[in-house]
Design a binder for this molecule. Sequence first.
Ligand SMILES: Cc1cc2nc3c(=O)[nH]c(=O)nc-3n(C[C@H](O)[C@H](O)[C@H](O)COP(=O)(O)OP(=O)(O)OC[C@H]3O[C@@H](n4cnc5c(N)ncnc54)[C@H](O)[C@@H]3O)c2cc1C
Length: 429
Amino acid sequence: MQKITIVGGGLAGSEAALQLAGRGYEVDLIEMRPSVMTEAHKSPYLAELVCSNSLKSTRIENASGLLKKELNMLGCRLLEIAEKSKVPAGHALAVDRELFASNVSRVVQEHKLINLVEEEKRDILISGCCVIATGPLTSQALSKSIQDHFSKDHLFFYDAISISINIETVDTGVMFKASRYGKGEADYFNIPFTKEEYYRLVEFLISAPKTEKHNFESSSFFEACLPVEVAAQRGVETLRYGIMKPKGLIDPLTGVEPYAVIQLRQETRSGEMYGLVGFQSRLTRKAQRELLGVIPGLMNSEILRWASIHRNTYIDSPRLLDERQMSKMKDGLFFAGQITGVEGYVESIAHGLITSRNVIAYLKGEESIIFPKETILGAIQRYLINTEINFQPINANFGLLPRVKGNKRERKSRKAQIAIDSMTAFLRK
Ligand SMILES: Cc1cc2nc3c(=O)[nH]c(=O)nc-3n(C[C@H](O)[C@H](O)[C@H](O)COP(=O)(O)OP(=O)(O)OC[C@H]3O[C@@H](n4cnc5c(N)ncnc54)[C@H](O)[C@@H]3O)c2cc1C
């Protein structure tokens, strides 16, 4: 059987290695630590959790819990090891970080078909089948090589994620649909602000608590993707001349341009998830919740994705990779984990598993493996393949799944049941 090279022994790389080896493939797993460390990793172990020790909820009414359920149905190896390394955390799966990472390292090292190589891979000139899983802190030399392979406009070094909400939980009655100057389709929901409402918002943004930057995160990125609260701090009118510009947007209720406007843009095809345009932010989660309270119509809205800005190397997957997550420019060169634009520990593990299945399908000359659109796995796959504009890293969330009827709680449990049934039927086939 053909040998596969995996670069990066983090969450995605370790899962992919164990999946491939478990199906009889020989794997060279190249990991640069401990001889070369990243800015965030502290240990010599594979699959180190660089920050929180929580892999989030285990309840299927929570999107991360549902993702775990799907992964368990597929025989996910890292979740199995996480179960054996867990610490008490209520409905969450939290692990003893060191125990988890050392257990993953031991299982990988003991596997007869995995050859662990300690080396910094500085380019992607690898012959045969290869998976790049070097994560959000991919080393500089390798980043340069990836940039040369694809072109520099398609590799990003920072996330600038705006808050996304569930449109079904929003009071759209206070908004109007329009495009600027009436040009093109009226795709955006526009939230009009009076002068008083606008000033209240600016005041809130300036005084609200923010999260700290990691010391390896430079300040220079702020100019490229300015957090909304930093823009607000530059002058009380700054937002009104920037992301909240009302020019060309006539409120049909008043017949005039509002004092300022926030635009909501659709983010997924299922049509539930909408993002607040330009509201990338470092506000704490509690402050983001409060922020929605000072925006007309959003008081009771459900947050599907929190705003954040942090160091994160990732590629423009929808343009660069095919549906198997293989480079459109080089056969046999796959990408897995956070570098493809998934976000989060469990999502990275999931993507390692998804990619390993597609590597096998590719080597066998079989059709690519795309999970049902009703599952979180399938929905994440489709997001990475189909997002046409404003591609931003994605975490597991219910807004990615096809719409169902009911109140918030009913919708979640229905979506979860449909996902499990779809995965069961898929696996039976
Ligand atoms: C500072 C920080 C904090 C985060 N906190 C959380 C959190 O609390 N919760 C959460 O869900 N997600 C968090 N994330 C996001 C994400 O889930 C993790 O980064 C996750 O580990 C990504 O998995 P991965 O396998 O894609 O990459 P990683 O787990 O980072 O694995 C990549 C591996 O590749 C190696 N590598 C890099 N370059 C090379 C090279 N050239 N040659 C050989 N090896 C190389 C690295 O040493 C590393 O072991 C955080 C990310 C960062 C950067």
